[in-house]
Design a protein around this ligand. Structure first.
Ligand SMILES: Nc1ncnc2c1ncn2[C@@H]1O[C@H](COP(=O)(O)OP(=O)(O)OP(=O)(O)O)[C@@H](O)[C@H]1O
Ligand SMILES: [Mg+2]
Length: 215
């Protein structure tokens, strides 16, 4: 039985995922809680190459289905080589995006069939679901404006605003379907406020594991 805690961060571009992960990881470090931090696509040598192909080569033609399959390949390798072993060691795993991003971007955003995506995702992950998912929600126009300050836009940042609005709606629909797993946060709250809310939830989950022996 896996005894760690699997936490994912989701949300549109520029919502503050990477910022909040850095803050959470600092708190885990300060508290002496064993953890790893990883991201999608990426986290393994294969995943890093997939990231290069799907995000960082904006002129390369990648259609929606192959795009999804590439993300799934990265995910399968990450789960098998990194996430499951860490959970089995009892560690907290913090992941910057996971399967919900595929459902939101390639499903709601690009229009691929949700049933097909769910089936392939199940095969890629062996059914591994996060214990806790923070959805940083905000108007995509705000998020894209934030992300624009970072320099060259990647493939997804270049997509039109309608796409990003469908992605946001897709994330919110997922959160509604699984209210126990998701914690929806207002991405326009201050970074300090978000950090506090996230830490309170994580401490609560860790407390539940310790007292009940399960998440
Ligand atoms: N709560 C916040 N309020 C205002 N600005 C923020 C907040 N959180 C992060 N930012 C700023 O917004 C920008 C994007 O933040 P960040 O990189 O953490 O987002 P992200 O969700 O990881 O984006 P991406 O999906 O592109 O990886 C950064 O410049 C960051 O400093
Ligand atoms: Mg980020």
């Amino acid at each position: 039985m896996s005894r760690g805690l699997f936490i994912t961060f989701e949300g549109p571009e520029g919502a503050g995922k990477t910022t909040q992960i850095a803050r959470l990881v600092e708190r885990l470090q300060d508290t002496g809680i064993a953890h790893i931090v990883t991201r999608e696509p990426g986290g393994t040598p294969l995943g890093t190459r997939v990231r290069q192909v799907v995000l960082l080569e904006p002129d390369l033609q990648v259609d929606p289905l192959p795009e999804f399959l590439l993300y799934s390949a990265s995910r399968a390798q990450l789960v098998e080589r990194v996430i499951r072993p860490a959970l089995e060691r009892g560690e907290v795993v913090v992941c910057d995006r996971y399967a919900d991003s595929s459902l939101a971007y390639q499903g709601a955003g690009r229009g691929l069939d949700a049933g097909l995506l769910t089936q392939i995702t199940h095969a890629a992950t062996g059914g591994l679901q996060p214990d806790l998912t923070f959805l940083l929600d905000l108007d995509p126009a705000v998020g894209l404006a934030r992300a624009a300050t970072r320099g060259e836009p990647d493939r997804l940042e270049r997509a039109d605003l309608g796409f990003h609005q469908r992605v946001r709606a897709g994330f919110l629909a997922l959160a509604q379907q699984e209210p126990k797993r998701f914690c929806v946060l207002d991405g326009t709250d201050s970074p300090d406020e978000l950090e506090r809310q996230i830490w309170n939830m994580v401490v609560g989950k860790l407390g539940a594991i310790r007292t009940e022996g399960q998440v």
